[in-house]
Design a binder for this molecule. Structure first.
Ligand code: SF4
Ligand code: SF4
Length: 338
């Protein structure tokens, strides 16, 4: 299914809801839990203890609140989301409201993907290098093979992309992982590591990163299945190397922690610590009283869930074609089963 399904009604609703109001969240992100079955060096989340998780009823309350606030896209992550036994039920509630995606480390994917795929528009599987490089970063031997097996099975049922984060330990494998995505017949989303205070600091060397970003632009131009736009990579180069900042709009994304609390201004600056329960607060009011302008020139991270929507513009023809028109075409194809 393409992204167009929930956008038809959702865009209309956002248009009406947004009349006279300046800011509404467009993308929702939710960590279902912090617990994980892997031990990635660069990850602060598996090191946290989960308090009591949200019940299914509370997850639904959260989704309804986000829907009322105008969210159109919902992405679930963790920890490892597949550790939740009620994941299918949660996704089902999301799928009827939003374009729904999930990111997993793939360890438990092969056996479960068929039932999950009924309620997902897109699946992301984390791969951080080839073979041992991935296994070392993920902290568990065999995790590369399990993730690849999971991807092979998953692509039988739904659109899949590798989720790849560039760190100092895998920067020499960027090309290999992009080639792997092509070989597997899936997309690849590429992000740059951000150093969290409670995890190992693995941000890549700046000059190596420059070369990797240039290579990614070249590969994208040559038709490799890289999810992020050319503008995304160019914005990072401009900001981090040429001092031309991009304007961050963290209000386009609302992140919710495993206890249902809203993370503001973004999940990088406060390291995913939430304050208000989603369903106990008027999100639209909160969104339009928060001092977002303080963060416009931050440019600290390059997280696609913040950077890509911040860059989107209806006057950028290439971006409209890639993000909207191509998805409309795939939606129509789905309908007539081409
Ligand atoms: S698989 Fe994801 S959540 Fe688990 S430890 Fe690694 S990065 Fe963290
Ligand atoms: S650029 Fe700054 S404000 Fe924007 S998402 Fe990244 S860390 Fe947050």
């Amino acid at each position: 299914m393409s992204i167009f399904r929930p956008m038809i009604l959702g865009n209309l609703k956002r248009g009406l809801l947004g009349l006279g109001i300046r800011k509404l969240p467009l993308i929702g992100g939710h960590k279902l839990l912090y617990t994980c079955n892997l031990r990635c060096e660069m990850c602060p989340f598996w090191r946290r203890k989960d308090e009591k998780l949200l019940s299914l009823e509370e997850e639904i309350l959260m989704l309804k609140s986000l829907e009322r606030a105008g969210v159109l896209f919902m992405g679930f992550e963790g920890g490892e989301p597949l550790l939740r036994k009620d994941l299918e039920q949660i996704l089902e509630e999301s799928y009827i409201r939003f374009h729904t995606s999930l990111v997993t480390n793939g360890w438990l994917l092969k056996e479960r993907v068929r039932s999950l795929s009924e309620y997902l528009d897109h699946l992301f599987v984390s791969i951080d290098g080839i073979g041992e490089v991935h296994d070392k970063m993920r902290g568990i031997p065999g995790s590369f093979e399990r993730a690849v097996e999971g991807i092979r099975e998953a692509k039988r049922y739904l659109p899949v992309s590798i989720s790849f984060t560039i760190t100092k330990k895998n920067i020499d494998q960027v090309r290999d992982v992009v080639e792997l995505s092509r070989k597997l017949g899936v997309g690849i989303s590429v992000q740059v590591e951000y150093d969290y205070s409670t995890a190992e600091k693995l941000s890549p060397d700046k000059s190596q990163l420059y070369d990797a970003l240039k290579m990614l632009i070249e590969l994208k131009r040559r038709g490799y299945p890289i999810v992020e736009s050319l503008d995304y990579f160019e914005a990072i180069l401009n900001s981090w190397y040429n001092r031309i900042p991009w304007k961050c709009k963290p209000w386009l994304t609302v992140n919710v922690d495993p206890q249902g609390r809203i993370v503001q201004p973004c999940y990088v600056l406060n390291e995913y610590s939430g304050k208000y329960k989603v369903w106990e607060i008027d999100i639209v009011k909160l969104w339009n009283t928060y001092p977002w302008s303080e963060y416009e020139n931050c440019n600290k991270c390059a997280l696609a869930c913040y950077l890509e929507p911040s860059l989107f513009s209806w006057s950028n023809r290439e971006m409209v074609k890639e993000k909207i028109v191509n998805n409309m075409v795939s939606y129509v194809r789905d309908l007539i089963h081409i």
